[in-house]
Design a protein around this ligand. Structure first.
Ligand code: Q46
Ligand code: ZN
Ligand code: ZN
Length: 312
């Protein structure tokens, strides 16, 4: 297999683009793709500071590496969830440290247990009728919004790639979750000064491209999945989508791009007022949580503070 650009030894094939690339040209292709995505969706500029949410996995560390190489101003945030199964959270934090230090990149750690009194597994075990990932997602969103607001960052960048996005899209479509479909996209605008703009610069990169980039760059990421992820339905949807993609290369990109394009040109319209970060909301739609000052749609405590409220 030859590289379609230089004729050298190709190490990576992309059937959906009919493209085979050597290491050097895969690297250059990924950088160009991400830069183009940032520009196309006007995610941020080189004059703005971006907070990169890092988990220690290939996608978020790869994203950070790409943004730093492209000359963007980045800082990382690692949220230590207190997951002790196979030392998952400690091992992930160590991977983030080992990545950032030699590159001179700065990051902060928010330890959920130390900061708020309970880790994610402890919170879950007190049985609030929510799945672990729902609790975890709520906590991570709250922490990231707080860190971004306090640090004055222009945006939070996450490592979601095409496979993550289409798994979510399939799940939301099967259940016609109009609120989630409305907020899904490469950019979630800020609807309140305390709710940061969220951007996904890898949203046009397939997971295997992101993995190949991390390998080519020699990034030592955590391969271990979060122990709770194995039960996540998103893995099941990813497997189904991979089967469809094998049969018909490019389907994943088409599925995702169709949503983004349809919403941009008004062909697809979804409505819901039940999601805290729905893009159509304005600051006036929110109340202020009396405990943490976070914006919330209902009266009283925000969903994050209610989590800690309901002791068993
Ligand atoms: S970290 Fe948290 Fe994920 Fe683990 S508990 Fe679920 S949501 S799977 S991205
Ligand atoms: Zn080449
Ligand atoms: Zn609150």
């Amino acid at each position: 297999m030859k590289c379609d650009i230089c004729g050298g030894l190709a190490v990576f094939g992309m059937p959906q683009n009919r493209l085979n690339l050597c290491e050097e040209h895969l690297d250059a292709w990924v950088l160009r793709m991400v830069e183009r995505t940032i520009d196309e969706f006007e995610m941020f500029t080189r004059q703005q500071r971006v907070l990169v949410a890092v988990s220690g996995g290939k996608d978020s560390l790869g994203l950070w590496d790409i943004l730093a190489r492209l000359g963007y101003q980045t800082e990382g945030v690692y949220i230590h969830l207190g997951i002790t199964h196979e030392d998952y959270s400690d091992v992930s934090q160590a991977a983030v440290e080992a990545f950032a230090q030699p590159r001179g990149l700065s990051f902060q750690v928010v330890n959920v247990g130390a900061t708020y009194g309970q880790t994610i597994p402890e919170l879950r075990s007190t049985g609030r009728g929510k799945h672990t990932c729902a609790v975890c997602g709520l906590v991570k969103r709250h922490v990231m919004n707080r860190v971004a607001y306090e640090g004055g960052y222009a945006a939070i960048a996450t490592g979601h790639q095409v496979d993550d996005e289409v798994a979510t899209l399939l799940q939301n479509t099967l259940h016609w979750q109009s609120g989630y479909l409305q907020r899904q996209g490469p950019v979630l605008p800020s609807t309140h000064p305390r709710l940061a703009r969220k951007v996904k610069p890898l949203c046009h990169l397939y997971e295997r491209e992101s993995a190949a980039y991390a390998l080519v760059r020699g990034i030592e990421f955590v391969e271990q999945e979060c122990p709770f992820a194995t039960r996540a339905t998103s893995i099941f949807y990813k497997q189904i989508l991979n089967q469809i993609e094998t049969r018909s290369p490019g389907t994943k990109r088409q599925f995702y791009d169709g949503l983004v394009r349809g919403k941009a040109n008004g062909e697809l319209v979804f409505r819901s007022s039940q999601v805290d970060e729905e893009p159509a909301l304005t600051p006036e739609d929110y109340q202020t949580c009396p405990r943490c000052g976070h914006p919330t749609l209902g009266d009283g405590l925000c969903a994050f503070c209610r989590l800690w409220e309901s002791e068993p």
